[in-house]
Write a new protein. Structure first.
Length: 370
């Protein structure tokens, strides 16, 4: 599966490289002959796209290297680093085009468009639209941010090329030169694309919330086991696209033996790895009281206290240990709360006042997954 993904990325990038180099060459020639900064900027943008695809191939090859002692989690995050490099190239191209466009506005120079110029621009637009559809489709298929970004960029290029074409037509028909202004607009779009790529790379390196549908699907799969009452605190760390390592807590009856829980956790790990390609290296356990029915009433009272506070998203892991006079449970509070610690303290104080004979242990969990 990994080899197939790499092949698709390399093949798609190679096609993109060839197309962009050809387009860049023709546009650069036309732009120089026509003295058009807009067409030259468009050519620079295509050339940058080709370089971006080359970097994507290099990044994919490096990311596919097997784990080693120094990098036990593999090299998958190299793809995120290559996104930074691509973003840098895109920004450079955009800023360069912006500077040249401003120069043209200050010192205007008449463009010399021809019918050949229009034909080349029209062909380039069609090629870019087709390339954008193809690259974006392949990127989504293999979940490659770099390819999806390249596909989106190709669509943007096509739209911007239409504006260059429009300025050429206006010049030929009305003898009004708008190409410096079109070049300015084009450069701003290129810069915007570069900034968005940087944001994507930064988010991936910092770590983002796991996709809701994946988190819900994994939890749903876990609780299919009849011995499991609930699945909580799912944490997934990615080490490259589709390379997840994580942990989860499960709720089970307090009568289960260590051997039974061991068997259960091994089965969960196997099922999730096979179905979702996610390796759960740790499965924590919450014990549910089953021996004393009075605990149910106590839990109801505490649940009412907890959810009386705004911003409480979840309460789980409840356990009452009569021998040590301890009540334990976890709560998850909304990130949007201004003072999460104050809400936690208010809940703790009310529960403690309601049950003074017990030691209250409340864990404030982080809302890391749906």
């Amino acid at each position: 599966m990994k080899d197939q993904r790499e092949k698709i990325i390399v093949k798609t990038s190679a096609i993109s490289i060839l197309a962009n180099f050809v387009l860049a060459g023709f546009k650069a020639l036309v732009g120089l002959l026509a003295h058009s900064i807009a067409v030259i900027s468009d050519a620079v943008n295509n050339f940058t796209d080709a370089l971006s695809s080359i970097i994507t191939i290099i990044g994919t090859k490096l990311a596919g290297k097997a784990p080693d002692k120094k990098h036990p989690y593999g090299h998958g995050r190299v793809e995120y680093v290559t996104t930074f490099i691509v973003a840098g190239l895109v920004l450079y191209a955009g800023i360069t085009a912006l500077v040249e466009s401003i120069k043209k506005m200050i010192h205007p120079e008449a463009a010399d468009y021809s019918v050949i110029t229009l034909v080349i621009l029209i062909v380039a637009i069609v090629i870019k639209f087709i390339l954008g559809i193809y690259v974006k489709y392949k990127g989504k298929k293999v979940k490659s941010d770099s390819l999806v970004a390249s596909g989106s960029d190709a669509f943007n290029d096509a739209i911007l090329s239409i504006s260059v074409l429009a300025s050429a037509v206006i010049y030929l028909v009305f003898k009004v030169s708008l190409e410096a202004y079109v070049g300015l607009i084009l450069s701003c779009f290129i810069i915007k694309t570069g900034v968005e790529l940087i944001k994507t790379a930064v988010n991936n390196l910092i770590g983002v919330r796991v996709e809701s549908h994946l988190a819900r699907a994994i939890k749903k799969e876990i609780i299919k086991e009849k011995s499991i009452q609930g699945a909580y605190d799912l944490v997934l760390n990615d080490y490259g696209p589709d390379k997840y390592l994580g942990s989860v807590h499960i709720e089970v009856a307090d009568m289960l033996t260590v051997a039974e829980i061991d068997k259960l956790s091994r089965q969960i790990t196997k099922n999730i790895a096979e179905k979702y390609g996610v390796f759960l290296h740790t499965i924590g356990v919450y014990s549910i009281n089953t021996q004393d029915q009075s605990v149910i009433e106590t839990k109801k009272q505490i649940t009412k206290i907890v959810f009386a506070h705004a911003g409480v998203l979840q309460m789980h892991g409840f356990y009452l240990d009569e021998s040590s006079k301890t009540i334990s449970f976890d709560i998850i509070l909304d990130f949007n709360l201004k003072d999460r610690e104050a809400v936690y303290r208010a809940i703790y104080d009310k529960v403690q006042n309601q049950f003074p004979a017990y030691k209250i242990e409340i864990t404030l969990d982080v809302d890391v997954s749906d």
